[in-house]
Write a protein that binds this ligand. Structure first.
Ligand code: GLU
Length: 443
C-alpha cells in the first residue's frame, strides 16, 4: 500500500465521523501523490501523519445570557493546526453548523492557503455553533465577550491571530478586540479585519472578493481571454460574493445572479450592486428585497442558482454548495470556468466532472487566498505601527494573487499536470510547509 493510502486509511479509522475533514485531507493527499511518491524522506520522517494531526485543539464552553435573561451555552473552538511557517492564522466562524469536523477541515485547508500567499503565517481556524441570525446587537456583544474570555489565553500576535469568516465581520471583530484589550491590557495586532480607527487595514474588507477576480483574470490571461463581457454567476451575498461582483463589474464582466441561504436573484441586465449592498450590508436583510426595487429581476426560493447558463461560475457561499448535479448543469449550459471563492464549496465528484470536461477550475485555497494575505499585510502594518493607503494594499494584493497563480501553474506543470490548478495549489502550498517541517525535526 502506498504511503498516502496508509495515512488516509489510518485517518479514516480514527476520524470517520469528521466527514468534511476527511474530505479535505483526501483531496489534498490525493493530489500531492507525485511529490510524496518521489521523496522517501517524507515517509521516514512521518511527515504526513504529523501534517494531518492538529498541533492543538481547543474546545470550550461559551456561556452567555440572552436579552430575555435566559442562560445560553454554545461550544467554542480553536484549532491550531500548523505553525511550521508562522503563527497560526485563520478566521473564526459563527454558524449553527460549526463542529469539530468543520473547524478541522477549515484549519487544514488554511495551512496550504496561507503557505501559498508567500507570507509567514501558519494555519488555524476557530468559531462557535452560535447563530448570529436574529440576535440583537447586545446579544452579539455579550457572546463575543464570553468567547474571548476563554480564547484570549491561547492567542497573541506572535502565537495565533484570528480573523473573521462566515458570521464574523467587523462588528464581531470589534467586540472581540475590545474584550481582548480589556483582559490583557495590550494594544497589538492580535486580530485582523479590525476597524480602520484601531489598526485595521484598508482594502481588507474587499480583499477576498477582489483577489478571486484577480486570480480568475490571471487564469484567463493564459488563454488570451479576459473577464470582459463574460456572464458571471456568484453564489452567496456576503463579503466575498459582493466584492467579487464589484471587481468583476469594474472589469466589464456581467454578474447576473447572486444568492443567500433562502434563495437567489437573477437579473439578466446585470445585478445592481448598490441595491445588494444596501440590502445585505446596511439592512442585514434578505436578497428577495431586490425584486421590489428591480421589477424585471427574478427571485427564486431555494437552491438552483447553478441552473442558469453562464460563462463563469464563482461559488462564494459555503462548503459543498455545488455538487455533481450542479456541475453537470453548468457543463450542459456551456460554462467555461469555475473558481472557488468559498472554502471547499465544490464536492470532490463535481470537481472531477468539471476537470474531465476540460473546464478551467481553481480551488479556493489559491483563488480566495487574497483575504488572509491581506490579513498578513494588516499584521505587518500593526507591527511597524503604520497604515498603508488603499492603493498600496490593493497593489500588493494584486501582486500576491498573480504570484500565487504563477506558483500554482508552474507546480502543476513541473509535476506533469499542466493546467490542473488543484494539483498545482496543493503541491506548491504543501512543499513550503513540508520543507519547514523537515528542517525543524520531529515536532
Ligand atoms: N476566513 C478567511 C479565510 O478563509 C480569512 C482568514 C484570515 O484573514 O485570517 O481565509
Amino acid at each position: 500500500m502506498s504511503y498516502v493510502d496508509s495515512v488516509l486509511e489510518e485517518l479514516i479509522k480514527k476520524d470517520a465521523p469528521q466527514k468534511e475533514f476527511i474530505q479535505a485531507v483526501t483531496e489534498v493527499l490525493n493530489s500531492i501523490r507525485p511529490v510524496i511518491d518521489s521523496n522517501s524522506h517524507f515517509k521516514e520522517m512521518g511527515l504526513l501523519e504529523r501534517i494531518v494531526e492538529p498541533e492543538r485543539v481547543l474546545m470550550f464552553r461559551v456561556p452567555w445570557m440572552d436579552d430575555n435573561k435566559k442562560v445560553r451555552v454554545n461550544r467554542g473552538f480553536r484549532v491550531q493546526f500548523n505553525s511550521a511557517i508562522g503563527p497560526y492564522k485563520g478566521g473564526l466562524r459563527f454558524h449553527p453548523s460549526v463542529n469539530l469536523s468543520i473547524i478541522k477541515f477549515l484549519g487544514f485547508e488554511q495551512i496550504f492557503k496561507n503557505s501559498l500567499t508567500g507570507m509567514p503565517i501558519g494555519g488555524g481556524k476557530g468559531g462557535a455553533d452560535f447563530d448570529p441570525k436574529g440576535k440583537s446587537d447586545h446579544e452579539i456583544m455579550v457572546f463575543c465577550q464570553s468567547f474571548m474570555t476563554e480564547l484570549f489565553h491561547h492567542i497573541g500576535p506572535d502565537t495565533d491571530v484570528p480573523a473573521g469568516d462566515i458570521g464574523v465581520g467587523s462588528r464581531e471583530i470589534g467586540y472581540l478586540y475590545g474584550q481582548y484589550k480589556r483582559l490583557t491590557n495590550r494594544f497589538h495586532g492580535v486580530l485582523t479585519g479590525k476597524g480602520l480607527t484601531y489598526g485595521g487595514s484598508l482594502a481588507r474588507t474587499q480583499a477576498t472578493g477582489y483577489g478571486v477576480i484577480y486570480f480568475a483574470e490571471e487564469m484567463l490571461k493564459i488563454k488570451n481571454d479576459s473577464i470582459k463581457n463574460k456572464k458571471i454567476i456568484i453564489s452567496g451575498s456576503g463579503n466575498v460574493a459582493i466584492y467579487a461582483a464589484e471587481k468583476a463589474a469594474a472589469l466589464d464582466g456581467k454578474v447576473i445572479a447572486l444568492s443567500d441561504s433562502t434563495g437567489w436573484i437573477y437579473d439578466k441586465e446585470g445585478i445592481d450592486l448598490e441595491t445588494v449592498k444596501k440590502i445585505k450590508l446596511v439592512n442585514h436583510s434578505r436578497l428577495r428585497d431586490y425584486i421590489s426595487i428591480h421589477k424585471n429581476a427574478e427571485y427564486h426560493r431555494g437552491k438552483g442558482i447553478w441552473s442558469i447558463p453562464c460563462d463563469i461560475a464563482l461559488p462564494c457561499a459555503t462548503q459543498n454548495e455545488l455538487d455533481a448535479k450542479d456541475a453537470s448543469n453548468l457543463i450542459k449550459n456551456g460554462v467555461k470556468m469555475v473558481v472557488e471563492g468559498a472554502n471547499m464549496p465544490i464536492t470532490i465528484e463535481a470537481i472531477q466532472l468539471l476537470q474531465s470536461e476540460g473546464i478551467l477550475y481553481a480551488p479556493g485555497k489559491a483563488a480566495n487566498a487574497g483575504g488572509v494575505a491581506t490579513s498578513a499585510l494588516e499584521m505587518s502594518q500593526n507591527s511597524i505601527r503604520t497604515s498603508w493607503t488603499f492603493y498600496e494594499v490593493d497593489t500588493r494584493l494584486r501582486h500576491i494573487m498573480s504570484s500565487i497563480h504563477e506558483h500554482t501553474y508552474d507546480a502543476a506543470e513541473a509535476y506533469g499536470h499542466k493546467g490542473n490548478y488543484l494539483v498545482g495549489a496543493n503541491i506548491a502550498g504543501f512543499l513550503k510547509v513540508a520543507e519547514a517541517m523537515m528542517e525543524q525535526g520531529i515536532v
